[in-house]
Structure formats: C-alpha cells, structure tokens
Design a protein around this ligand. Sequence first.
Ligand code: ZN
Length: 512
Amino acid sequence: MRTRYLNALLWRGGDTRPTLCDFDVVDGRVTSTEGLADLNVDLAGAFTMPAFRDGHCHPLFAGREHVGPDVTEAKSLAEIQSLISSYASLNPEVIWIDAAAYDPSIAANFHRSELDSAVLDQPVVLHSSDHHTLWVNTKALELSGLLHKIPALSAGSIDIDEQGIPTGIIREWEAMQFVMSKLPALTIEQELDCLDWAQAELLRYGIAEVQDAWIDPGMAEIYLESARRGRLKVRINLAFRADPASWLEDFDYFDMMRAEVTAQNNSNLHVYAIKFFVDGVLGSSTASLLEPYVAGPKVHTHGEQVWPKVALLAAAAEATARGYQLHLHAIGDAAVRTALDVIETVSPKIAAVIAHAELISDVDLPRFAELNITANLQPLWAREDGQLMSCVPQVDRVRIDKLYRMRDLLSSAARLAFGSDWPVSSPNALTGVATAVNRCLPGGSSWTIGQAVTVKEALNAYTNGVAAQLSNSERPGTLFPGDRAEFITLSQNPFEVLPARLFEIQITQIYL
Ligand SMILES: [Zn+2]
C-alpha cells in the first residue's frame, strides 16, 4: 500500500526548513514519491511535522483524576467550595470525593474547615496542581487515622496548628499515602476507561508517544490489559518508581513486569526506565536547595532529599545493572547536584534523564552535556503564572528568576527534551512550544526572556528530543526517508507567525 501525501509544507525535523513537497508512505514509513500511489491525500499546503512526544507525563493519573470533580479552573476558594458541594449532591454514591487540581496561589493558607463547609459527612481529598500536596477535610483526616495521631515521617509533613491538630494540608508522597491508601480502588474496567480517555486527550494534542514517569505496583498491569484488548493507541514507555523503603524487593517485581511486557510484544508498550524522586517541589518547600528557603516549614530549611545519598547510589547502580535507564526527578539545585553526582558515579550505559531540573547551579550546568544527560523540562512552567508566583515567598524572587534555564542548557550542548508532567500541567504541546518561545501566558508579558528558545529548538525538544531521551532509534521523531510516518498537520506555519501568535495554532490532524 502506497499512500501519497500531496502539497505538504513539510518540516522533517532537526535543522531542516519547511518545504512544499509530496511524499509517500509505504508500510508505515516515509519514502520519496515513485510510480503511482494506491491512495492520494491532498494536504493543501498544511504545515506537516513529526508527531509530538511527551518525555515526562502521567496519563493514568490524569485519567483517574478526570473521574472526580475538576477544580482546575477555579479562581477562588468559594468557587472550589461550590464545585465540591455540587459534585457531592450530584454523586451521592461516591464514598470518597477525590478532586483535582486546585491552584495553590489562590490563598495564602488552606484549612480543612473550608472543605468541611462544602462537605462535612463525606471524606474529601483535593490534589494541589503541584501534585505533591493534598488538602483534605476533617472526615478524610478522621478516616485516615490522622486526626488524633500524627505518624513519624522520613519525608514530607502533615501540617498542624498551634494546638497540634492537623490543618488538612499534607505534603509529599509518604505522608499523602496515609490518605490515598484509604480511597477505594477502581475496577479494571474503570481503569481502562481512564486510560482510554487519557489517550484520546494525548492524540487530540498530536502526541504519539509518552514516557509514563511514575509506575507503581498495579499500574503496569492496567497498561498490559489495555494492550491485550487492543486499546493502547499511544506508545507508552513505563518508568517504575523506586521506593526508598522497598526498592530492592520491588526490582524483582519490575523485572517480572518488564518480562511480561516484552513477552506481549506490543509495539505500543515498553518498559525502559526506573524513576527516582531525588527531592520534592518548591511550592511545598520540599525541593532540595543549596541555600536555605527564606520562609516556610522550619524543620527542613534547605528542603529535603527523598533518599540518603548512599541508598540512592546503590539503587541507581542496581537499576543500571538490570538494564534500566535512570530517570531522576530533581527540582532544587542541591537535588540536581545529587542527581548529577549519582549519574557520574554510576556511569550508566543508557543515557540518563534528569526531569524538571528547575534550578541549576552555574557550576553544575556544563555537567549535563559532559555526562550525556537528557534534561527533560516542562515548558508550560516557564511563565509567570500562579504556580510560579506561589513559590516566590519561600524561595525569593532572585532564585525564582533563575528557573528553567533552557537557553543555557542548549548553549552548553546539553540534550533538551520536553514533557508536560500532565496532569500537573496540560499535555498541549503546541502551547508548550509557544510558552518556551515567549516565556509568558497567552497574551501576557514575557518572563526571563533570555532563557527562551527558538521555534525550531522547541519543536525539536518535543519530537526528536524525546525520541533521543527514549533511545528510540526505530522511531527517531523525524520524517526523513525511512522514518516512521507519524505526523501531524497544523493550522499555521509556526516558523512564519509572530511569536505571540504561536498560541493560536491548532492541530488539524494526526496521522499514525
Ligand atoms: Zn512527574
């Protein structure tokens, strides 16, 4: 079967320029035109480019979040309260109300009593948009056993008031688990529906392949079942999360799941990486900083690292020995340094990934290129929005204005790949591209424009940059002859529009 695409304004990726041309697709691969085609498709001059790839996101979490009330767009406490209480009255059969994701910048403090006034007799859990913080009502604290007894934690916190009573704010995974483990599990049919919804969203945004950067026990099974039933439409790479408390036993299970995925031999499902959280996030003052926070929790003035360094080294070495790629979440400059040190010591054969890399000390910046590391950054965070501003009081303005050094990383010859961290931010890669170029909200004014990248650099980071991160030589995220014909068409040519108008471009079609 030879399909001929006519009149494509084709950008093949890399350093090429868009050119008006025809191309053929034979057996799923791009080739030059030759002879007669079986089918002709006129692209009518549409800008045509490789499909997007997302190097760090969480489709299953996003799908699960979609089940509960959506408070993402709420601009005030009153709006959140009204969304939650109307959801509760419309869904009386739901035992735990699990909502996402509130904007932490809409109030200085959040308290369980504010959720109690929306819903008193049902447990309510709200995820912050940073996804490292929960805000719960009193009923949820009571059912989680936290109202009268605060457990000891190695990382994170259950915030308390002067009387020692929990306020309803819970930070970081270890603490959050006390609540999250009480939520009733979804059935496999519900999980598959969540995944179907998430994949439809990704395809809508022109995304052909993603790194699911957080797989806990029970999640790979859902992907396997989806693949078995022929429901996996987006190519998914799984990264198992190494837990500091149980990593050694978990690795045997990861190996077993990897073997199952390999045996299934579905071209849309792969296991590649092990994910390590080196630190938390700036908004919760849990990101690990070289210089102390200027405000926030008194206990950890420099934030926290999730692992003792020796244990992280041992776990990273074990992951490498078992043939996994290292995918390290590091946000604060101290965590980025730890991640670099670990990679330098372990010296993995597969190029490692540092995800987020929000704050990088000058002395550490060249180490990304030296150690052949992919920096996976989230372009939608590089703008002056509520999320960024909510970090200013504890981090201080000077450090905030040093975040997301995309230009410096590229200038240092580091490999840059993009991801959305969806559901932390939207999977809309085109908005990501527009933001990476403008460093602003749509219609807003630019922030730290010196770290902006060009349209070409942004498109590369969202296509072949991710393919390189995933070492996907079979699908390099370009459209040269012989490459997989996975492409999208756009409503306008991004190389020609004014930068501020990049936000207006839409995906018109995805071809997989
Ligand atoms: Zn993430």
